[in-house]
Design a protein around this ligand. Structure first.
Ligand code: FRU
Length: 514
């Protein structure tokens, strides 16, 4: 693969060539290597011929492409989405002499049925052998897919969540050995239904100890009592903004039944390009759980621009750390914040491209033109000392191409009127392509945090994708775009802020991880 093309993200995972969708089988091995598999068509730049592509990483930013891990067996078969676990105790019997055996569970898609199969790896996840007794679950349905397996220690049992896609149902199945599975319960008709449920994840999630939006990367903020789960469910098509979207339900799990805390719908991401996210297996339970999603939307994933150098479609989101926070006004919010890019990827880390500690009223921090070759950067806008009433003002950012004039932009309004903070993103300034579903504006809203009187915005711009995070990940937005020129010009400014509000800004150039 050539990773130098103008549309190719430099910090996000993308396949060497051809079409990719969902992340699959992600796990952290005992040596500290992260494994990412993904839905892969090695024969074209639209979906089809699903294989499991494979890549490994030590830091979730620098990836090494590995040979394809799982191949379909016969023409017309697809190895659809699924997950992988490490069978340390050899519950399966596949691994008599090792503790690093990996079992992948995926959906075999054929013209007539979707069944759940397993494959095992004796070499730590690089090559797989399909189990001779497949399928391990077959219910005679052709809309039954995407098993995500985890280990439930209290009952010494494996648990798989599997989607009965067009019944709007997530099935909970249990197994002592990954081979023999028993249906335990169903979770059904919750949240936004869309037309299909896909790619469920059941994850034990650390809870922040207090009600404020404390730093999710600081383990001392985790409650030591109580265990919460989330059940994440992706839907496609039929998302409120069109196409695909992911939602999550906080709740409790007793080994067989998931009980949500309430009936609310909560979205994983407020924009349109975050789908089929998966959480890594084997991240220590008391740590923030790490997720990666597919940064696209089925409404246009197969028609977005690609070029002669690129010859690929789709990339993943940044790796995100996730914890649950019981915020004052939003109970059980999943905070999602990017794992910070390694400092080795920062261009002259001690010298930010742009830094200001005191933007004041109506300040425009005009055109800084970046000469960072990758075109990638991170930025933060920290707003402090915000009054709780009669708040005014905005903070905005624009990333512009000095060559073509294309831009993406966004910002926050402090004057929501009810103590709220709307956040918006806009990709209308980039030449689109001929697809009416590639809508261009996204917004969301959070309450001002009365404990801190601050708003913090952090984002990463990377060639064809912008990801923004409000506060400590209370809201996350992923927006892809396809500009003909690299967005090299940074404009950050404020308007009409109440006197006394403080704004500091930092922009850091980022190198290429490829
Ligand atoms: C979600 C999905 C899954 C399926 C896979 C096929 O994007 O439709 O339900 O397993 O993609 O590639």
């Amino acid at each position: 693969g050539d990773y130098s093309g103008a549309l190719r993200p430099q910090l996000h995972y993308s396949p060497p060539i051809d079409f990719m969708n969902d992340p699959n089988g992600m796990f952290l091995d005992a040596n500290g290597t992260y494994h990412l598999y993904y839905q892969y068509n090695p024969l074209g730049i639209v979906a089809g011929n699903q294989h499991w592509g494979h890549a490994t990483s030590q830091d979730l930013y620098h990836w090494v492409n590995q040979p394809i891990a799982i191949y379909p067996g016969a023409a017309g078969e697809g190895i659809f989405s699924g997950s992988a676990v490490i069978d340390v105790n050899n519950t399966s019997g596949f691994f008599p002499n090792q503790t690093n055996g990996v079992v992948a569970m995926y959906t075999l898609n054929t013209a007539t049925e979707e069944t759940q199969e397993i494959a095992y790896s004796l070499d730590g996840g690089y090559t797989f052998t399909k189990y001779a007794g497949n399928p391990v679950i077959s219910i005679g349905s052709n809309e039954f897919r995407d098993p995500k397996v985890s280990w439930y220690a209290p009952t010494q049992s494996w648990v798989a969540v599997i989607s009965y896609a067009q019944d709007f149902t997530i099935g909970f199945w249990t197994s002592p050995n990954l081979v023999n599975w028993t249906h335990a319960s169903n979770f059904t008709h919750a949240g936004i239904l869309g037309l299909q449920y896909e790619c469920p994840n059941l994850v034990s999630m650390p809870m922040l100890a207090n009600s404020s939006l404390a730093d999710p990367l600081d383990p001392s903020n985790f409650a030591s009592t109580g265990e919460m789960y989330i059940l994440q469910v992706s839907i496609n098509p039929g998302a409120p903004q069109g196409g695909s979207i992911s939602q999550y339900f906080p709740g409790t799990f007793n080994g067989t039944v998931f009980t949500p805390v309430d009936t609310a719908t909560r979205f994983t991401d407020f924009a349109k390009d975050n789908y089929a996210g998966q959480f890594f297996y084997n991240i220590p339970q008391s740590s923030p759980q790490i997720s990666i999603a597919w940064a696209s939307n089925w409404e246009y994933a197969q028609t977005v621009p690609t070029g002669p150098l690129e010859d690929f479609r789709s990339f993943m989101t940044l790796p995100r750390t996730n914890v649950l926070a019981n915020t004052t006004r939003n109970p059980y919010t999943l905070l999602a914040y990017p794992l910070p890019p390694p400092t080795s990827l920062e261009i002259t880390p001690s010298t930010p491209l742009l830094s200001s500690n005191n933007l004041t009223n109506n300040t425009l921090l005009a055109s800084y033109t970046s000469t960072v070759p990758s075109g990638a950067l991170s930025f933060s806008i920290n707003i402090t000392n915000i009054p709780q009433v009669n708040t005014t003002g905005t903070a905005n950012f624009t990333f512009l191409s000095s060559v073509t004039g294309e831009y993406v932009r966004g910002g926050v309004f402090l004057a929501g009127g009810n103590g709220d903070t709307p956040l918006w993103l806009d990709r209308s300034g980039v030449r689109g392509f001929d697809n009416p579903f590639f809508t261009d504006k996204f917004s969301t809203d959070v309450w001002l945090n009365p404990d801190t009187s601050t708003v913090r915005l952090y984002g990463v711009l990377d060639r064809s994708v912008l990801e923004v995070f409000l506060n400590n990940g209370e809201k996350a937005g992923t927006m892809i775009f396809f500009a003909e020129g690299i967005l090299d010009t940074v404009i950050i400014g404020t308007n009409d802020l109440n006197p006394g509000i403080g704004v500091s800004v930092e922009v850091v150039g980022l190198g290429s991880a490829w």
